[in-house]
Design a protein around this ligand. Structure first.
Ligand code: ADP
Length: 541
């Protein structure tokens, strides 16, 4: 027997309509390139989004066409996040930090028809223009009309906006319609496109706004530092508007000092970004304190938040850290590490241990760990296995790539490529990416655990551990360490002594090298590919 409920399609225009109806006075604020703050209301935002949808039509964008965005986090980008899917097209967010060849490859692979470009990023984009095969129009914003460019067929966003019609009927009536396209940054292999649907993004938005997840409300002031070109800014552009939260966006002003000012001045309650951003902010706040007591959740994900940094934020700055894990393939939110009622009695240091884990699955996401034979492993907090997930906002295939067993299991789970343990109360802890584990003499050594321990040392700012080839053991760990400026020197012997408190001798790195910085990927993660090349295969290897 079938249920008798409405067939109400989960399309994203419904979020916008709700926001417009319920929260017309809520604010969207953006730090403009010149440093001033642009503010407007949800009512203005909704009206301009309709105008933008008309502009897309005028430019010849049809249902299913891919439309690229090359921009910082700003109000125009937010308008694009709604207008492109609203007219049935696919919002393809382009990572502004990719190497030119990779960016051109992605645009050609996606066959973008129109690309919207933030004027502050025009020189970076012009470098690849000659390699692009499918783009018919370029639309510039944050750009003076006198801007000279070699790009062909350039039009200006605000010119079009001034003439566009206010009325637009949202064009999607099937929730399975594609709405967004995001390529993984290729930390492992070629970039792969993940194609979200209206339905998957709507369900992700509900999932993210559960009270046990981010639980945003109209009382929140949210600062997405995570770029809108990285995994859909973790879904915040949709979950904020659904909740009616005020949104604050940094534009190009991403320095720790600028972010600290913005948090203090705008009384931000929820800020989200990768660990390197919060490392920078912590040091800024220690050097030049600001009042950031408005923050109720400092959300961090994208790579492991070092345990020491969680403790430092909570103990020294009184900031509640919410560690989250996700993947581009998961829209991206999968797990979140908030404390539960049975943790209340624990001493602080044990609470921070829990927060350093990646946490429990959101309702809507199922996870399991399996061994190399595909057998499901116990949730005992110790047994490590490959993490697999399934759920309504998780990819079932990559764009233009037939699903293969290296990513998807025969029984319908996605293989994350992460290695994890799960405690009996459901808290998942990533020990590594499959390819970053150090496999030494038949034992697995977690590079993440070593990094965390090193970064807990007061003189260490950043540490990354990689495997180096070893004739006897197969692989041995090598640590690259960046010291905290001004904290004074430390010797390799002292660091090894520090590690000996929590690691067996065979787990400790054979070599520790000091560096002035750790190379980062385009989304701010430790770039272990470069480190491996430099230290494991290069002249030092
Ligand atoms: P990529 O790094 O391949 O470009 P994503 O940005 O989608 O792609 O990253 C997903 C991966 O990032 C996860 O598989 C995991 O390895 C890592 N990751 C994300 N959040 C965390 C976290 N909180 N702790 C540890 N690793 C994380």
């Amino acid at each position: 027997m079938q249920g008798l409920m409405m067939d109400y399609q989960l399309t994203l225009d419904r979020i916008l309509k709700h926001a417009q109806r319920m929260f017309p006075h809520k604010q969207v604020s953006t730090k403009l390139p010149d440093g001033t703050l642009h503010r407007y209301t949800y009512a203005n935002f909704a009206q301009r989004t309709k105008r933008l949808a008309n502009i897309l039509r005028q430019l010849g964008v049809q249902k299913g066409d891919r439309v690229g965005t090359f921009a910082w986090n700003n109000y125009q980008h937010l308008e694009l996040y709604y207008a492109i899917p609203g007219c049935g097209a696919v919002c393809h967010t382009l990572n502004i930090r990719l190497f030119p060849d990779q960016l051109a490859w992605i645009i050609n692979h996606a066959e973008d028809k129109v690309v919207f470009i933030d004027g502050t990023l025009l020189p970076a984009f012009e470098r690849i223009a000659l390699q692009l095969n499918t783009v018919q129009h370029y639309v510039l914003f944050n750009a003076d009309r006198r801007t000279e460019t070699q790009l062909p067929n350039v039009v200006f966003y605000e010119d079009l906006m001034a003439e566009a019609d206010d009325d637009f009927s949202w064009a999607v009536d099937d929730e399975q319609t594609a709405m967004g396209l995001c390529y993984t940054s290729g930390t492992t292999g070629d970039p792969k496109g993940v194609l979200y649907s209206h339905r998957s993004m709507m369900l992700h938005t509900f999932g993210e706004n559960q009270a046990s997840a981010l639980g945003l409300t109209e009382e929140d002031v949210v600062l997405p530092v995570v770029p809108m070109f990285h995994a859909m800014a973790w879904g915040l552009p949709y979950s904020c508007t659904m909740a009616g939260a005020d949104i604050v966006m940094p534009g190009p002003h991403m320095t720790p000092a600028a972010l600290a000012d913005l948090i203090a001045e705008e009384h931000v309650t929820v800020a989200a970004g990768v660990p390197t951003i919060w490392t920078g902010l912590y040091h800024e706040l220690k050097a030049r304190p600001r009042d950031i007591s408005s923050i109720r959740a400092l959300v961090v994900g994208g790579s492991a938040m070092p345990r020491g940094l969680i403790e430092a934020y909570e103990k020294e700055l009184g900031v509640n850290v919410v560690h989250a894990w996700g993947m581009t393939e998961m829209s991206p939110l999968g797990t979140l590490s908030k404390l539960q009622s049975h943790h209340r009695h624990l001493p602080d240091h044990e609470k921070w241990d829990i927060k350093a884990r990646q946490g429990y699955a959101l309702a809507g996401v199922e996870m399991r760990i399996v061994n190399m034979d595909g057998e499901t492993l116990p949730w005992d907090g110790v047994t490590m296995g490959e993490l697999q997930v399934r759920g309504p906002w998780i990819a079932k295939s990559y764009y233009k790539v037939p699903p293969g067993p290296e990513h998807f299991t025969a029984d319908g789970w996605f293989r994350t490529g992460d290695v994890a343990t799960i405690t009996s109360d459901g808290y998942m802890c990533i020990t590594d990416r499959t390819k970053d584990l150090v496999k030494s003499g038949g034992e697995w050594i977690s590079s993440v655990a070593l990094e965390n321990a090193l970064m807990a040392h007061e003189r260490v700012m950043e540490a990354a551990v990689i495997a180096t080839p070893d004739a006897r053991w197969g692989e041995r760990p090598l640590a690259v360490v960046v010291l905290t400026p001004s904290a004074g020197a430390v010797t390799v012997a002292e660091l090894l002594e520090h590690l000996a408190q929590s690691f067996a001798k065979f787990q400790a790195p054979d070599r520790i090298v000091f560096a002035s910085e750790i190379p980062k990927t385009s989304v701010g993660k430790f770039d272990k590919k470069v480190l491996r090349h430099r230290y494991a295969e290069g002249e030092l290897g």
